[in-house]
Design a protein around this ligand. Structure first.
Ligand SMILES: NC(=O)c1ccc[n+]([C@@H]2O[C@H](COP(=O)([O-])OP(=O)(O)OC[C@H]3O[C@@H](n4cnc5c(N)ncnc54)[C@H](O)[C@@H]3O)[C@@H](O)[C@H]2O)c1
Length: 256
């Protein structure tokens, strides 16, 4: 049972301490734990059991304990996890101890919504630039930031290194925007455009596509309907559940 406070590299601010190489699915769940922990802290909870945290984050507790063990966090028997300490540990591992600069490219319908989203700031991200190719949009002010032309990107990136570039342009423009971001030194991209981006090694791309999420839910709807449509007693040679579709619930299948 242990829960260690994360340690930095003492006296050497420029050196990033070694981090555990975590499974991608664990990394994807850490923000869920963090959101749940912040909520628990706001409600005045100092400690939480693995079951309580798992329920708040919407995962099973065995998976949560395994995830947190990767961080060297095992909680205290009979007490659970120290909420403030676990927040600190997860924020450290996710690199949220510094506010990362974000440039948003494409300030149309989606871009406007993202630019106005307060959740970025409250979770440690600063939108430092709004960029668009449309001269008519340049000069518009959103949330105190003025939209600038995409051609200004190299100058903006030289003034302040951009940690993450967000692409909210049409798919047809996304690859050239990604190339411009990479040329400006950006090594992490969040792509909302429905296309696959090609980037050099060392550049991380995450894709958000709500239509894909709907299609996955559609699959589960389809599956549920097919199960209820099955005869009560399957005929000879017929499986009672379609092969390969047994097991976990819908949320599990999407989340892992
Ligand atoms: N991921 C999702 O869940 C989701 C949801 C909605 C929309 N989208 C996608 O997000 C993108 C934006 O959608 P929208 O409705 O906001 O479109 P939009 O047409 O309203 O906005 C796109 C903006 O990108 C700008 N743009 C075009 N080419 C550019 C370039 N080379 N450099 C910089 N800016 C450029 C345009 O001037 C415009 O302002 C689309 O690819 C759309 O399919 C994704």
């Amino acid at each position: 049972m242990s829960q260690h406070r994360p340690t930095g590299a003492p006296g050497r601010a420029s050196v990033v301490p070694a981090l555990p190489d975590l499974p991608e699915a664990t990394v994807a769940r850490l923000p869920e734990y963090l959101r749940a922990l912040h909520h628990l802290a706001e409600q005045g909870n100092d400690t939480v059991s693995s079951e309580g945290l798992a329920a708040a984050a919407g995962v099973n507790s065995a998976k949560l304990r395994k995830d947190l063990s990767h961080l060297g966090s095992y909680g205290t028997r009979g007490v659970g996890y120290d909420v403030a300490l676990l927040i600190e540990q997860i924020e450290f591992v996710l690199g949220l101890t510094q506010r990362r600069a974000v440039a948003l490219v494409g300030v149309g319908n989606l871009g406007h919504a993202l630019a106005g989203y307060a959740g970025f700031a409250s979770r440690g991200f600063r939108i430092v630039a709004l960029l668009d190719a449309d001269r008519e949009r340049v000069g518009e002010e959103i949330n105190g930031l003025v939209v600038r032309h995409i051609d200004d990107l190299p100058r903006i990136a030289a003034e302040e290194p951009i940690a993450i570039g967000v692409i909210a342009t049409p798919a047809t423009a996304a690859q050239s925007v990604a190339d411009q971001l990479v040329a400006a030194g950006v090594t992490s991209i969040l792509n909302f455009a429905p296309c696959v981006l090609s980037v050099p090694e060392g550049v991380d791309v995450r894709k958000v596509d709500l239509a894909i999420e709907l299609q996955i839910l559609s699959f589960h709807e389809h599956r549920k309907a097919s199960l209820t449509a099955l005869p009560a007693t399957p005929g000879p040679g017929l499986p009672s559940v379609p092969i390969g579709l047994t097991g976990t619930g819908a949320q599990e299948a999407v989340a892992t």
